[in-house]
Design a protein around this ligand. Structure first.
Ligand code: SAH
Ligand code: SF4
Ligand code: F3S
Length: 450
């Protein structure tokens, strides 16, 4: 990869064809949009910031839950009225992969491209006309976009995502990802390390390594595994913070945890999705760990990295979940003491194993009540976790000016907690030591100490 060709800013050029990109879903989709922009900038397109002025509007979509797709359908309806007469509307990403031609049927969408076909976009767009709609939803076993330098669309210029692998082989029974993202494949570590170095040289101070299950990253016939990659990235510079997501509990080994402990610049935060605290439910989800083995992993993390924060994902009301299963989820939350969590009601996805073999039998009322109980417990746990930090000093990487007041800055601690404090001379991208003086369940408030 040639550093010289690495561009970190979108090009704005009104003489060129204008594209507008809107992104939904997870961090991997955010990074994919940056790959798409890179490909399109190289073939003469320029990014614009309003759909009204675009020649081409792309929506990068998510299929993870039914409401994620519903949101996109209403957005398509809105854009039908917003977009110029000659503009094209393209659907890319996971929903493109799942629904394919169905998306072309309403006459608004003229282009459909799945997550592995982005290199084909310039050709598809060239051939595009009202009477000649374009679609490519072929999944690949090799594509990792390893040689493409994503064009960063984020505003702060401090933190960036790097995808280290694509796809997923786990087939958790509720999940659509393996069907819309294809087989798991790892990206050449040389290209990952180089991308991280170039980002650092361009002023970035935090990178997050992304994959659906980063712990199963593997290169060179299993000779090079995730903890080695983590170590290589950490060694680039002590001022470069490293994060990673997502860890699957079944593959979270001691070597990764030990590496996090060893390097001060690998952030002391582990996102470890539990989904449920009940063994019966975990089995039906095909998660391949038990409550006990999950807790054993948490125990090891707490032993080796006492200051580590742990967050999670939880699904309420999966097939066959009874009140006792639900209580088991509440109790594991307390036992681990998550500092934050992403919490969802189970949403049946067509063609998944759960849709084929299990009954979606928890009533909407019960799903809703259980989710609310999970959310209010998490609020208590988040507050407790933050209260525990009051009086302590943390190193914070400054990300920007607080939304509430321009006299305040905000950033994150290594534990990934948002921290707000009065501004001095410091700038975005710098590290400061902040003493925590008070907190809510969502933020720490403090002041800079020398
Ligand atoms: N690869 C990650 C998760 C990716 S999807 C992992 O294995 O942890 C993010 C989260 O969405 C999942 O952790 C799960 O909690 C939730 N999710 C996935 N499918 C869902 C469904 N059908 N209904 C509700 N939540 C779902
Ligand atoms: Fe979905 Fe499971 Fe793969 Fe995560 S590990 S993306 S939940 S199938
Ligand atoms: Fe959604 Fe696709 Fe990510 S389904 S969660 S955007 S991998």
């Amino acid at each position: 990869m040639n550093n010289k060709f690495y561009s970190v800013k979108p090009i704005l050029d009104l003489n060129k064809k204008q594209i507008f990109i809107e992104t939904y879903g997870c961090q991997m989709n955010v990074n994919d949009s940056e790959v798409v922009l890179s490909i399109l900038q190289n073939s003469g397109y320029s990014l614009c910031d309003a759909p009204e002025s675009a020649d081409l509007i792309l929506i990068n979509t998510c299929s993870i839950r039914e409401n994620a797709e519903q949101k996109i359908w209403s957005r398509i309806e809105q854009l039908k009225h917003i977009k110029g007469k000659k503009a094209h509307l393209g659907i890319i990403g996971c929903m493109a992969e799942r629904l394919k031609e169905e998306l072309l049927e309403n006459g608004v969408v003229t282009l459909v491209a799945g997550p592995d076909s982005y290199r084909d976009l310039p050709k598809l767009i060239n051939n595009l006309s009202e009477s000649n709609k374009q679609i490519n939803t072929i999944l690949s076993e090799e594509e990792t976009y390893a040689d493409i330098s994503p064009v960063r669309m984020d505003k702060n210029g401090v933190s960036a995502f790097i995808s280290i692998m694509r796809g997923c082989n786990n087939y958790c029974t509720y999940c659509v990802v393996p069907y819309v993202r294809g087989r798991e494949r790892s990206r050449d570590p040389k290209t990952i390390i180089n991308e991280a170095k170039v980002l650092f040289e361009n002023g970035y101070r935090e990178i997050t390594l992304l994959g659906q299950n980063v712990n199963s990253y593997s290169w060179d016939n299993n000779q090079f595994s995730f903890w080695m990659l983590l170590e290589e990235i950490a060694k680039i510079d002590p001022l470069l913070r490293v994060r990673f997501s997502t860890s699957h509990p079944k593959d979270m080994d001691n070597a990764v945890i030990d590496t996090v402990a060893k390097y001060p610049n690998i952030c002391k935060h582990i996102h470890l999705p539990v989904q449920s605290g009940s063994n019966a439910v975990l089995k039906r989800m095909s998660r391949k760990y038990t409550r006990e083995s999950y807790l054993e992993r948490v125990e090891y993390i707490k032993k080796v990295i006492p200051e580590c924060s742990i967050s999670t994902d939880i699904i309420a009301g999966f097939c066959g979940e009874n009140e006792q299963d639900h209580m088991d989820t509440l109790s594991i939350m307390k036992e681990v003491g998550y500092y934050t969590a992403f919490m969802f009601q189970y949403s049946q996805r067509p063609n998944t194993m759960a849709a084929k073999n299990l009954e979606d039998d928890v009533t909407p009322q019960d799903k809703n009540r259980r989710l609310n109980e999970i959310i209010s417990l998490q609020n208590e746990l988040s507050l407790l976790s933050n209260q525990n930090d009051v009086g302590k000093v943390f190193e914070v990487l400054i990300e920007g000016t607080s939304k509430r007041s321009d006299k305040e800055l905000f950033g994150r601690t290594s534990q990934n907690k948002v921290c707000v404090f009065p501004a001095n001379e410091q700038k975005v991208g710098e590290y400061v030591s902040v003493k925590v003086l008070s907190c809510s369940s969502a933020t720490l408030k403090g002041e800079i100490v020398k």
